[in-house]
Write a protein that binds this ligand. Structure first.
Ligand code: NZQ
Ligand code: ZN
Length: 389
């Protein structure tokens, strides 16, 4: 049965070739003093940095560079908040991947708050305002461009925490697929695995509906079809555009309208991996996904596996249900493997030494939040991690 919902995404999305030319007119109403934020230099290498500077020649630009993958509270968020306050910044422009944008969202909230921004990120204090955010995405993965979510890491405490507020929706996101041509095979595949997993996190739930299922299945088929093409031919516009479009829907709730909550368990587990070992988010998800699927397969969950496998892999619906479910898990594993993703924790430098600690961290921090489709105990999380070695 479709559950009630109340839905609003205020973000304007401008998608396609050449769209970034509209940047000045989008920024103009937001103010003159802009924080331009970016990562480790990819935007300079692809000429986008200079392009943005040229387009914004009539604005006063303050720069924040070097934002890390898995963006860090210290120094990046703190430095950004300081720059905004000192320079009386009116709007933030993020140019880069999900990490840069997430960092900008945290900065946007922190800049409008007098205390320690960590209070907002951990919900100790409510976010009541934020600077407006505009982004130019250069990597298709997170869906941060169309959602109000942020994930920030704090290295000293092994925390990687999700934070959400309606104030953190970007005002406008520019999705110009050509800017993703330079994303290497590793990050292209990791981005696809991230988006793939976002869909699965919302597909596996108790109450679901045909519209949501169809939407989810179409996105998965798109990713399965175009990922190998984009990896083989990085400048294939159609493949990059389809992937970018599919990724956009990941986390803004549209895929789970009318569904019951799922609890996003694989993300909870992966965030612990990234927090402890600073690994690439999508790679961690690719490793966890098939192990989580196998772990939760039961008569109660069987229907989801059958529905998924027949819809996205074309598995024969006349086979016994258990066999369809097993094939669905195997095909998911093989898809990730086929696009070059590591499929074992050891391949990303994780051994068994801290698995127990991470399982406890996951259980304590995240698993208690909200309703879970399949409730996982600390031992379950440990089991999934152990199977992933
Ligand atoms: O730092 P630069 O030099 O820009 O290089 C980046 C980085 O090294 C590079 N890159 C980005 N665009 C490029 C490029 N290289 C060449 N050409 C381009 N066009 O790619 C590397 C990875 O970038 P990053 O931004 O870290 O990747 P992604 O977009 O996958 O973001 C990952 C972060 O987002 C969080 C993850 O946990 C992780 O911290 N997530 C955010 C979500 C959200 N806000 O809704 C949801 C997700 O589930 C996810 O948790
Ligand atoms: Zn994700």
């Amino acid at each position: 049965m479709i559950q009630n919902f109340d839905y609003h995404t205020p973000t304007r999305v401008i998608f396609g070739k050449g769209v970034v030319e509209q940047l000045p007119e989008v920024m103009k109403p937001l103010g003159k003093r802009i924080l331009l934020a970016y990562g480790g230099g990819s935007i300079k290498r692809m000429g986008l940095y200079q392009k943005v500077k040229d387009l914004l020649k009539d604005f006063e630009i303050t720069e924040l560079s070097g934002i890390e993958p898995n963006p860090k509270y210290d120094p990046s968020v703190l430095e950004g908040v300081r720059l905004c306050k000192e320079n009386d910044i009116e709007a933030i422009l993020s140019v880069g991947g999900g990490s840069v944008l997430d960092c900008c969202k945290a900065i946007a909230g922190g800049a409008k708050y007098d205390g320690d921004p960590w209070d907002l990120i951990t919900y100790k204090e409510e976010t009541k305002a934020a600077l407006p955010i505009v982004d130019i995405m250069t990597l298709a993965a997170t869906g941060s461009e169309y959602d109000a979510g942020v994930v920030i890491s704090r290295t000293e405490t092994n925390d990687k925490v999700p934070y959400q507020s309606p104030y953190l929706y970007p005002v406008c996101s520019f999705l110009y697929p050509t800017y993703t041509f330079t994303v290497n095979a590793k990050h292209t595949a990791a981005g696809v695995a991230d988006a793939f997993n976002h869909v699965l996190e919302q597909y596996f739930c108790s109450d679901h509906n045909m519209v949501a299922d169809g939407f989810c299945e179409a996105l998965l088929r798109t990713l399965i079809h175009y990922a190998p093409i984009a990896i083989a031919k990085p400048d294939d516009y159609e493949a990059r555009a389809e992937i970018m479009y599919a990724c956009m829907y990941g986390c803004n709730g549209i895929l789970e309208l009318g569904n019951s909550p799922s609890g996003w368990p694989m993300h909870a587990i992966e965030h612990a991996l990234s927090a402890y070992y600073d690994i690439t988010h999508g790679e961690g998800l690719a490793i966890i996904t098939p192990r989580w699927m196998r772990h939760i397969l039961s008569p109660r969950t069987m229907e989801r596996f059958v529905s998924l496998g027949t819809a996205i892999y074309g598995i024969d619906p006349n086979l016994p249900e258990k066999e369809i479910a097993e094939q669905t898990i195997d095909r998911t594993y093989k898809f990730f493997e086929s696009i070059g993703l590591p499929m074992h924790l050891r391949q990303v430098g994780i051994d068994e030494s801290r698995l127990r600690e991470m399982a406890a961290h996951v259980k304590e921090d995240v698993m208690q939040q909200g309703e879970q489709y399949v409730v996982l105990s600390e031992d379950d999380v440990y089991g999934i991690l152990h199977d992933s070695l």
